[in-house]
Ligand binder design. Structure first.
Ligand code: 5GP
Length: 177
């Protein structure tokens, strides 16, 4: 285990098992639909790559960067579009793939934005969900509920570090305080 972590909360085997289940759920629900999966960069990158390969229907892929966090460990309260979506959402069933939903601020409004651009439907697939969700968003496909602590690994970072850990763990408080 990386020594900056307090403990691992989800290991590689659990992640892989759950991602395959989510892939099967999406496969069942999106038969015969033109489906576009959008990766919310950068935290969802490994989740997105594994999830797409667990889906057994033709899909399209898009990438966008939205962020309500800067380099810290608490939400700044402001969503910033750092990198624009290049894929055309018109006439597509969209699944937004996110690493973690905390307050829900990042995704609130973005779904409506995609619908106004012609998406036929927009659903959210999030690997992790914290208990503090304040904004009104529905997570159609959810990996795990976790406690309200700052986690890193499997794409999630702290100031760009720890993304390549193959598991998800709680960062020791002394690392960021
Ligand atoms: P929300 O808008 O739901 O409050 O925040 C979602 C975004 O905040 C995530 O995409 C992620 O970038 C960041 N975030 C929230 N909680 C954590 C956490 O525990 N660890 C990391 N690394 N990022 C987090």
């Amino acid at each position: 285990m990386n020594l900056d972590l307090e403990r691992i909360i989800i290991d590689e085997i659990e992640i892989s098992r759950r991602v395959k289940e989510l892939g099967r759920d999406i496969t069942k629900e999106y038969q015969e639909k033109e489906t576009l999966l959008i990766c919310i960069l950068r935290g969802a990158v490994f989740f997105f790559a594994d999830l797409c390969r667990a889906i057994d229907i033709p899909i399209l892929m898009g990438f966008v960067s939205l962020s309500s966090y800067k380099d810290g460990t608490t939400s700044s309260g402001k969503v910033e579009e750092r990198q624009k979506l290049m894929a055309d959402v018109k006439g597509k069933h969209v699944i937004l793939v996110e690493d973690i939903v905390d307050t829900g601020l990042t995704l609130e409004g973005y779904g409506a934005n995609l619908l106004s651009r012609g998406a036929l439907s927009v659903k959210i697939c999030a690997l992790l969900k914290k208990p503090e969700q304040k904004h009104d968003i529905d997570i159609a496909f959810k990996g795990f509920d976790i406690e309200n602590r700052f986690v890193v690994g499997y794409g999630l970072d702290y100031a760009e570090h720890y993304r390549n850990l193959p598991y998800i763990g709680i960062l020791k408080k002394e690392i960021y305080s």
